[in-house]
Design a protein around this ligand. Structure first.
Ligand code: TRP
Length: 346
């Protein structure tokens, strides 16, 4: 009897294990099935094509483009699964930008992303309907891209990387207390720079600095213009200008010959041999633009009513090697808060 009971007990336990196992497995299967159904449902509606147009190659725009890809990914849009990205680089050539914009539209993009002002303008010239996301456009209103920062009004919204010019010039004065004259270097073709140059001239005067503007028509003239300006100014200020960012190694090379410090508007330009800036992290600009693209694609947001995103805080970026080379003492209290980046100090 006793033995028998034990046998029955063992059987019962075995049976229980089997039954529980069966149900758990069943549940798991049910779960997998339902999640498969969900994704495939979603897939049917959410396979998107993004047309990405970058104005030119320079480290900042390259990081912003990488950030856009990351922002899309973080929003659940995965390349090869539910997302196709068609990428074009306009190489600072107006006619290329126009052709590429047309191609991106003709290839059936669901949304367009313009990295830097001239790229966004080229896209906007081709369509009033297809949504366009601005990646790092300094002054969307001044560039004629939107009516209003809060209510863009049409098919365009996105991210502005407007720089904290006052903080940047105050930083210049802290690092270079004897400086009296600032030379502002930019390319005459970029609407983004026009805005920031006007702002810098006004603020510099308020801070007691005299200013002179040096504009270049294209990359080819950069070295020559920097040679001239380096003889006339105490430091060089560079706005968020793409042609200058693209020619940064040449700028640093010429400025270093006369040991003229460069205050930039982006961390990437400090890494390449600028002295310092207070700037917005470039990658994070792209991530934000990518996320906005995803929510417009999913129908969660409409460009017309989605405010342009702006950043409120920049990071203090210093190039210590460059400071050493220029024999500039960095105050300890600045160092404590700064991101130190290495760079050219030939
Ligand atoms: N804001 C620039 C524009 O509107 C693009 C840009 C982003 C940029 N980051 C930069 C330019 C860094 C120079 C350096 O076109």
């Amino acid at each position: 009897m006793f033995k028998n009971k034990g046998f029955i007990f063992t059987l019962a336990v075995l049976f229980l294990v089997l039954v529980v196992g069966f149900f758990t497995e069943g549940k798991q299967q049910a779960k997998t099935t339902s999640s498969i159904t969900n994704t495939s449902d979603a897939d049917a509606k959410t396979s998107y094509k993004v047309g990405l147009l970058q104005f030119v190659s320079h480290p900042a725009l390259d990081q912003i483009t990488a950030g856009v890809r990351e922002g899309l990914k973080e929003s659940g849009l995965i390349e090869g699964e539910n997302l196709e990205i068609v990428f074009q680089n306009g190489q600072a050539d107006q006619s290329k930008l126009t052709t590429m914009s047309q191609q991106l539209i003709n290839q059936g993009s669901d949304i367009l992303v313009g990295i830097a002002t001239p790229a966004a303008q080229a896209l906007a010239n081709q369509t009033n309907e297809l949504p366009i996301i601005l990646g790092a456009v300094t002054d969307p209103v001044g560039a004629g891209l939107v009516d209003n920062m809060e209510k863009p009004g049409a098919n365009i919204t996105g991210v502005s990387d407007k720089a904290p010019v006052l903080e940047q010039l105050k930083l210049a004065q802290e690092l270079l207390p004897d400086a009296k004259k600032v030379g502002i270097l930019y390319s005459s073709a970029e609407d983004n720079s026009k805005y920031q140059v006007a702002e810098a001239v006004k603020i510099a005067k308020e801070l007691g600095l005299s200013t002179e503007e040096f504009s270049v028509p294209s990359t080819n003239e950069v070295s020559q213009v920097v040679q001239v300006m380096a003889q006339q100014v105490d430091f060089i200020y560079i706005p968020l200008d793409n042609i200058i960012a693209n020619a940064m190694p040449a700028v640093v090379n010429e400025a270093n010959k006369l040991k003229v410090p460069i205050i930039t508007s982006a961390d990437t330009m400090v890494a390449e041999g600028g002295l310092a800036t207070i700037g917005i992290n470039q990658f994070s600009i792209g991530v934000q633009a990518g996320k906005m693209a995803a929510s417009v694609l999913r129908g969660e947001a409409k460009p017309a009513t989605t405010p342009i995103y702006t950043f409120t805080e920049g990071d203090l970026i210093l190039n210590e090697k460059q400071a050493e080379f220029l024999q500039i003492e960095i105050p300890e209290k600045l160092k404590a808060d700064a991101v130190i980046v290495g760079g050219d100090s030939k």
